[in-house]
Design a binder for this molecule. Structure first.
Ligand code: ADP
Ligand code: MG
Ligand code: MG
Length: 362
C-alpha cells in the first residue's frame, strides 16, 4: 500500500508558468554552431521527420530533421527538451535545436541529441533474446525515464511541469551499449498542470480530442477511450508503459524464464497488492494437470503454442494500473528476485537457452 501513497505533487507558482511562456516566446540562442554539425547517413525516415547519424565536433549525434511543414512538432519537441531538469539518465540527451535552409531552398528543422548505438528497442527485441538481468535493467531504466517525465519539479525559479509522452512504444525507446534504455521522441508529448494542458505557456482546458488524437489506439488507456479528460489521472497512469513492458516480457525471453518472469512482472506491473494472491499453480496446470507427459507438453507448447494463463483470481483485479513511479519503485527489486529464484532452484543466474520465442506480443 505504501507504493500508492507517494506521489510528487508540487504546485508551481504563477511565476514559473510565466518563465515557461518566456522560454517559448524567446528561445535561447542556438546551443551549437551549425558549422560543427555533420550529417553522415540516414537511420530512419518516419512520417514527420528523418533521423540521421552525424557528428557534432567529435561527438556522435543523432539529428532529427523535420521539414518546415511539421514545424509544430519541431517546436513542441524543442520546447519540451529545453525545459529545466530534462537532463536525466532515462531520457535521451538533448544537445540543441536549430534550423537551416538546405540547398533546394527548403527549411530543415533539426533536433540534435546523443546518438544511441543499439537503436530502437523494437529492433533490438527482434534480433535478441533477453536474459533476466537485461530485462530487469531495461524495465528499470524505462520506468525511471517515464516517471521522471511524469513528475513536476520546482526548484527556485526553475519549473518542470508534468509531461505526458503520449506515444510510448518500443520504437521510441532506445538501447544504449550497456543495455539500459532511454526514452525519445517528444513530438507528441504535452506539458500539463492539473487537468489543463500548457500551450504556448498558458494553461488551457484539455479538449477530449487533444488527449485521444495521437498515439497507437491499441495502447490507449481505458479511461481515455471512455471519454474521461482528467489529465492528472491519465498522465500518471502507465497504460502504455504496461503494454510495452508486457511486450518486452512476454515477447523476448527464453521460454524457461518466461513462465516465471511473466507472473512476477505482471504482478509488479498490473496487480494492486491488495488483490488476492492465487494458490500456487504450476505453469499449464489447468491444461495438463500435475504430471504431464512429454507428448502432452509438446502438444500444448509447441503445436498449440499456448502459454501459461494469467491467474483466474487476478482476472478482474488488473484494472488498477500503477503510476510510472510505482512501477519504478517495484522494479528496483527485480534483479534481486531473479538471483533469489536461481538460488532457490540451484540454477546459475546466467541464461543462454533460446527456445521458442513468441513474437506476437510485440
Ligand atoms: P519519429 O517521430 O519519426 O518517430 P523518432 O524520434 O522516434 O522519430 O526517431 C525515429 C527512429 O530513429 C527511432 O525509432 C530510432 O530507430 C531512430 N533514432 C531516433 N533517435 C535516435 C538516437 N538518438 N540514436 C539512435 N537512433 C535514433
Ligand atoms: Mg518515434
Ligand atoms: Mg514521433
Amino acid at each position: 500500500a505504501a507504493y500508492f501513497g507517494y506521489r510528487m505533487c508540487i504546485r508551481p507558482k504563477q511565476a514559473s508558468i510565466e518563465s515557461l511562456h518566456n522560454a517559448e516566446a524567446t528561445p535561447p540562442p542556438a546551443e551549437f554552431d551549425m558549422d560543427d554539425l555533420k550529417l553522415c547517413h540516414m537511420i530512419s525516415r518516419g512520417r514527420y521527420a528523418e533521423v540521421w547519424k552525424g557528428k557534432l565536433e567529435e561527438e556522435d549525434v543523432a539529428i532529427k530533421i523535420y521539414s518546415s511543414h511539421y514545424r509544430e512538432y519541431y517546436n513542441n519537441e524543442r520546447t519540451l527538451y529545453r525545459l529545466p531538469f530534462m537532463d536525466h539518465d532515462g531520457l535521451v540527451k538533448f544537445y540543441g535545436a536549430d534550423e537551416r535552409i538546405s540547398q533546394d531552398g527548403t527549411a530543415q528543422l533539426m533536433i540534435v541529441m546523443a546518438y544511441i548505438p543499439l537503436g530502437s528497442l523494437c529492433s533490438y527485441l527482434k534480433n535478441n533474446v533477453l536474459d533476466w538481468p537485461t530485462m530487469a535493467k531495461m524495465l528499470q531504466s524505462v520506468s525511471k525515464g517515464l516517471s521522471h517525465l511524469h513528475t513536476d519539479i520546482q526548484k527556485g525559479d526553475k519549473f518542470k511541469p508534468v509531461l505526458a509522452h503520449r506515444d510510448i512504444n518500443t520504437h521510441n525507446i532506445l538501447v544504449r551499449s550497456d543495455l539500459s534504455c532511454v526514452i525519445t521522441d517528444l513530438g507528441f508529448a504535452v506539458a500539463t498542470m492539473g487537468s489543463k494542458l500548457i500551450k504556448r505557456g498558458h494553461p488551457e482546458i484539455a479538449e477530449q480530442t487533444s488527449l485521444t488524437d495521437v498515439g497507437t489506439l491499441r495502447y490507449m488507456a481505458p479511461e481515455l477511450l471512455d471519454g474521461a479528460v482528467n489529465l492528472r489521472d491519465c498522465e500518471a497512469s502507465s497504460n502504455r508503459l504496461t503494454f510495452m513492458l508486457w511486450g518486452l516480457c512476454c515477447g523476448r525471453l527464453p521460454h524457461a524464464v518466461w513462465t516465471y518472469t511473466r507472473v512476477i512482472v505482471l504482478d509488479i506491473l498490473v496487480i494492486d497488492y491488495s488483490a488476492p494472491v492465487p494458490d500456487y499453480a504450476a505453469p499449464y496446470q489447468a491444461e495438463v494437470g500435475s504430471s504431464p507427459t512429454f507428448e502432452e507438453m509438446q502438444m500444448i507448447v509447441v503445436r498449440a503454442k499456448r502459454r501459461p494463463k494469467f491467474p483466474e483470481v487476478w482476472k478482474d483485479t488488473n484494472q488498477a494500473r500503477l503510476t510510472a513511479l510505482c512501477v519504478e519503485e517495484r522494479l528496483a527489486d527485480l534483479s534481486n528476485l531473479w538471483a533469489q529464484e536461481c538460488k532457490h532452484r540451484g540454477m546459475t543466474p546466467t541464461l543462454n537457452a533460446m527456445i521458442n520465442v513468441d513474437q506476437t506480443a510485440l
